[in-house]
Ligand binder design. Sequence first.
Ligand code: 13P
Length: 251
Amino acid sequence: MTTTISPLIAGNWKMNGTRASLDELSSLATMLTTGAAPRAIVVICPPATMVAAAARQGATSGILVGGQDCHTEGSGAHTGDIAAGMLADAGAQYVIVGHSERRADHGETDDQVRRKAMAAIGAGLKPIICVGETEGQRDAGEAEAVVKEQLAGSVPDAAENHEVNIAYEPIWAIGTGRTPTSEEIAAMHAAIRNSLVERFGERGMDIRILYGGSLKPQNAREILSVENVNGGLVGGASLLANDFYTIISAV
Ligand code: 13P
């Protein structure tokens, strides 16, 4: 069976950016509105402090906005946390959950990530659920098993009838300038596709699988043309409008 999944390119600004960075967003908007129409859905995930401003600014250029994390609960005594509904209220349409940096820095488990994804869906957001192995796990031949276990634990049953996106981000490729080969990416994305189809049947064919980890203008065309790669989650290269636009244009 073949389906056509609309590609998506998301920029994860991580803990980078202040209001001055909105200039970069307006440069991107200019490129997107004056150049050839992008073939991909374009999403920027700025720090939470900028979600509202980015959403306002993006509204005129078709750039959508996402959060970088949300809490499992809708409200309550959780100082410093942000509920999915608050992101939606600020104008976000997407939210990244279970990024490896959150799993590492904040000890987030698959179960927490799954509940965050459910909270996102409950608030009308589209979660981008991140999975990926460490270098040691890959060297030990465990990469696919690790990713399948993360998928089983992190993807909620609600993916059956709500949009969710998976982002495969090998941890050793994040911010390092190293990437898996196209064959390795194809193998992992096929394994992810298989486990989605095993669990969700035909619906699993429609779930977007993004690649992330040192996705750059130089390698975007090759990586984004790999089978079952339905777009990208871009860190460093999303901070500069020119680089991000080149990646978007590679779709
Ligand atoms: P880099 O593109 O900087 O490697 O980051 C990838 C990433 O973690 C996106 O979420």
